[in-house]
Design a protein around this ligand. Structure first.
Ligand code: HEM
Ligand code: HEM
Length: 229
């Protein structure tokens, strides 16, 4: 049997990103029902999710080998072929179908957070741009925030289902690698040799500033209660 080695695949920033995004997603979900006094938590989770997605897009170009889009984004046909043939030998990074699921999750999380900026209606529960846009955009954002969330639930369900299926069918648990970064593979396969932590930190700072700018450049909300009607 071929010798198997432990290979560092997921850099630390990618792993931190993943568990932070999952926390923000579940956090924003749990807090959407909070009273107005706890609504700030919903917005903090939402803004953080947006900053994380912006960071991950940049990391898809500047991150380490297996985190780059070029490593796991294939044509839709290649993803379908992968699903149809379910090859015994898996890629060391994300598989072609997983690659598309990742793009979908990033896109839907970004859309959820952006629509939240224009969502509102309940007293003291509104996104920073709610009062700056016409009513039809407010209504669209409200509707979209609700429908898109159901899509998100669907794709996250698929994500967790695919991981569970891998475990059951292939006896391969993908979760530990997202925690410690290592996978087993053929000896001689190239792992990553740097976490690129400084680049990751600089990109995170840029992403946070971008979100801060989007939020803080909204015109001040009206404090006149009659403006609500
Ligand atoms: C990953 C990010 C987010 C998730 C998963 C999320 C999820 C949700 C969900 C499930 C609802 C209830 C929808 C409904 O049934 O009507 C909701 C409501 C809402 N969200 Fe978000 N949200 C996110 C980000 C944001 C952001 C960034 C903002 C704006 C700062 C925001 C503002 C709102 C507002 C104003 C409501 C309506 C509250 C109400 O009227 O009851 N959300 N969100
Ligand atoms: C407790 C729940 C979760 C578990 C156990 C989990 C597990 C995993 C695992 C094992 C991978 C690596 C898959 C592979 O080897 O190719 C992964 C990747 C990923 N997951 Fe999750 N996940 C969870 C929740 C979520 C949620 C809620 C989201 C988004 C809303 C999410 C988004 C992603 C993304 C974007 C990736 C790609 C990571 C990257 O390369 O940056 N996950 N997840």
């Amino acid at each position: 049997m071929e010798k198997q080695n432990k290979i560092l695949v997921w850099d630390l920033p990618t792993r931190l990103f993943h568990w932070s995004l999952a926390t923000c997603f579940f956090g924003a979900w749990i807090t959407h029902e909070m009273e107005a006094s706890g609504f700030w938590l919903h917005t903090i989770f939402g803004y953080s999710a947006l900053a994380l997605v912006l960071w991950r897009i940049a990391w898809g170009f500047l991150g380490s080998r297996y985190a780059r889009f070029s490593n796991f984004l294939t044509t839709p046909r290649a993803a379908l072929d992968y699903l149809r043939s379910a090859p015994e030998v898996e890629p060391l990074g994300h598989n072609p179908a997983g690659g598309w699921a990742i793009v979908a999750m990033l896109g839907l999380v970004a859309a959820q957070a952006i629509s939240g900026l224009f969502n509102g209606g309940e007293i003291l529960m509104e996104g920073p741009w709610y009062q700056a846009v016409p009513k039809w955009i407010q209504e669209l954002a409200h509707e979209f925030h609700e429908v898109n969330f159901n899509l998100l639930l669907g794709i996250v369900g698929l994500h967790l289902g695919a991981i569970a299926l891998h475990w059951v069918k292939r006896r391969h648990n993908l979760v530990p690698a997202m925690l410690h970064g290592y996978r087993t593979g053929k000896s001689g396969t190239e792992g990553i040799d740097s976490h690129k932590a400084w680049i990751a930190a600089a990109l995170l700072a840029l992403a946070v500033v971008a979100v801060w700018f989007i939020v803080s450049s909204a015109p001040p909300a009206s404090t006149d209660p009659l403006d609500m009607f």
